[in-house]
Design a protein around this ligand. Structure first.
Ligand code: DON
Length: 564
């Protein structure tokens, strides 16, 4: 393990401190011939892969992996949260599913403000008021109904078994549990299973969750949204001061959406559309940097960082003004990702000096009426690919754990803009487009993405990381496409992030060359290496030239790629 860590750190250093030499040995992650699953926990990846081995397709495996993560990775995997999935079938057909949470019907614009109009600390992040109507169960059933091939029983049974048998605690999990136990205590009326002094190698068994999953197996989606589970859940939330009703659950539906699709060099990038900002922002940033020769500038060189930073700054400024739930606000997507508009946005950029965020606002568009999430990637033996990101929002969501049902509830309401101009927990500023309204979906940064090269499947990729998701996905794609890194190297490489406000480049600490940082500082960039010890936890799969699959599993977590 120690040796591995040394090699891993050295490779990070090598990758991040030098521009990539012409001829170098490529260090690949695991390579498999036919199919692969990469997720935040070995147990979930393995159950997903077993489903593929049984003859299931990527969609069956999506259902299996998503629900396995709810058992094996309660930090972010969930029944009480939501997510997004982008897919590309082997015939080239693409699509996207939105199983994002919604605001309850009794929500209102000022629900997190006091009588003076000031934000009430922690109301949108801790406890029952922060919970959005969960979408995950509706999401997996929508996927299974449309594309599944195996009986739901075959998919759910191994997950229920896993919950009963229990999951072994990893060192990283032990540390996470320790970190959040004071908040579990503060938020929950009674002590919860996760509040015990778990140590690495202990096994946690999840009997209540197994029972909930068994009922879902017996009665389907309606068990969660209308059945015994729904009733217990609503009772529990209301007893804790929340506003969600049985009607809220009953009305919840996952929605199929058109993904965002755009070109970058010879790539076609397919990513999540609103209510995630991921695809639009990724498209904006990539289109803004396309005219620059990043390869020539070098990987993580000052010039590359500058170009990506300046494009990100402008995209995040647009994000905060224009983006929200498309069912509630009209979003000028075509205009936002229009090349002429984006070239114009970069006009004032110069390599001499940083642009100041205070001088950048959202662009003018004529509107014609018209470190807690988790990502997994799957490519099956038939050539279908999915990319899915799912979340409770913060670590263990609202920290409210329904012991009777066996799962944590999200705190996704914090992804709304509680007050225009005030940052949320990711420091993101929002405006009217993302204000709270009953039944509206909160804006997300989740960016599950699939990339094609010359019309063929190239990559499935995504990550957690709140506002840093978009830039982490971006850098991983660029690491492969521009800098010829393998999938695993691209995932390992040091990452940085700029989101317009605050006006700083966040960098993973001790990962970038001193000379690069000095050059950036001399041009007026503020560098913050304290805020984010890690930026994203990227999982991806790359299709190699010979058709085999390389997994990139982020060792910043316990992430694991498995294949056959
Ligand atoms: O949807 C979003 O953008 C956030 N709720 C994601 C949260 C997240 O990635 C937390 N992980 N570190």
């Amino acid at each position: 393990m120690k040796n591995f860590l040394v090699i891993f750190s050295l490779s990070i250093l090598l990758i991040s401190c030098k521009s990539v030499p012409e001829k170098r040995t490529i260090n690949r992650g695991i390579v498999s011939e036919h199919a692969m699953v990469v997720s935040a926990r070995k147990e979930a990846s393995k159950i997903g892969l077993e489903i593929l081995k049984k003859g299931g397709n990527a969609f069956d495996a999506m259902v299996a992996t998503e629900l396995s993560l709810a058992v094996a990775y309660p930090f972010a995997g969930n029944l009480g949260g939501g997510g997004f999935m982008v897919y590309r079938k082997n015939n080239g057909e693409i699509g996207a599913l939105d199983y994002r949470e919604k605001a309850p019907q009794a929500a209102n614009k000022n629900m997190f403000l006091d009588e003076n109009g000031e934000i009430i600390p922690a109301k949108s992040t801790l406890g029952a008021m922060s919970i959005g109507v969960p979408g995950t169960v509706a999401g997996v059933f929508a996927v299974h109904e449309k594309f599944g091939t195996l009986p739901i029983q075959d998919i759910l049974s191994p997950i229920i078994e896993l919950a009963k048998k229990g999951v072994v605690v990893t060192k990283k999990q032990e540390n996470r549990l320790k970190k959040y136990q004071p908040l579990f205590k503060k938020v929950n009326k009674n002590s919860i299973q996760f509040g015990l002094q778990w140590k690495a190698n202990d096994t946690i068994k999840y009997f209540a969750l197994a029972a909930t999953l068994s009922r879902i197996l017996d009665h389907g989606k309606s068990e969660f949204y209308e059945g015994e589970t729904a009733k217990k859940l609503v009772n529990y939330i209301q007893n804790n001061g929340g506003i969600m009703t049985e009607e809220d659950l009953k009305k919840y539906e996952a929605k199929w959406r058109e993904p965002i699709e755009f070109r970058y060099d010879d790539l076609t990038v397919i990513s999540m559309s609103p209510p995630s900002s991921g695809g639009v922002c990724l498209a904006q940033i990539m289109k803004m940097i396309e005219p620059f020769d990043l390869q020539e500038f070098g990987h993580n060189s000052a010039r590359s960082i500058q170009v990506i930073t300046e494009a990100s700054r402008r995209a995040y400024a647009d994000r905060s003004f224009y983006l929200g739930d498309p069912d509630f606000v009209s979003i000028p997507i075509k205009e936002l990702i229009d090349e002429t508009y984006l070239n114009d946005r970069m006009k004032l950029f110069s390599f001499q000096n940083a642009t100041l965020s205070s001088e950048v606002s959202h662009g003018n568009i004529e509107i014609i009426e018209s470190d807690e999430t988790t990502h997994y990637s799957i490519i099956d033996q038939f050539g279908n690919a999915i990319s899915a990101t799912t979340t409770l929002n913060g670590a263990y969501g609202s920290k409210l754990y329904c012991a009777e049902l066996g799962f944590f509830l999200n705190n996704q309401m914090d992804d709304f803009s509680s007050k225009p101009g005030e940052p949320n927990m990711f420091g993101l500023i929002g405006a009217e487009a993302n204000s709270i309204q009953p039944e509206k979906r909160m804006l997300s940064s989740m960016t599950p993405t699939i990339v094609e090269k010359k019309g063929k499947l190239l990559m499935s990729v995504g990550t957690p990381g709140g506002s840093t998701i978009i830039t982490a996905v971006l850098q991983t794609i660029l690491n492969v496409h521009e800098f010829n890194l393998s999938m695993q190297e691209a995932v390992n490489a040091a990452r940085f992030h700029h989101q317009w406000l605050p006006d700083e480049i966040r960098m993973e600490p001790n990962s970038f060359k001193e000379s690069v940082k000095a050059e950036l500082k001399s041009k007026g960039y503020i560098i913050n290496e304290d805020r984010s010890p890690i930026i994203g936890k990227v999982d991806g799969i790359l299709v190699l030239d010979n058709g085999s699959l390389e997994g990139g599993a982020d060792k910043r977590g316990d992430d694991t790629a498995v294949g056959f």
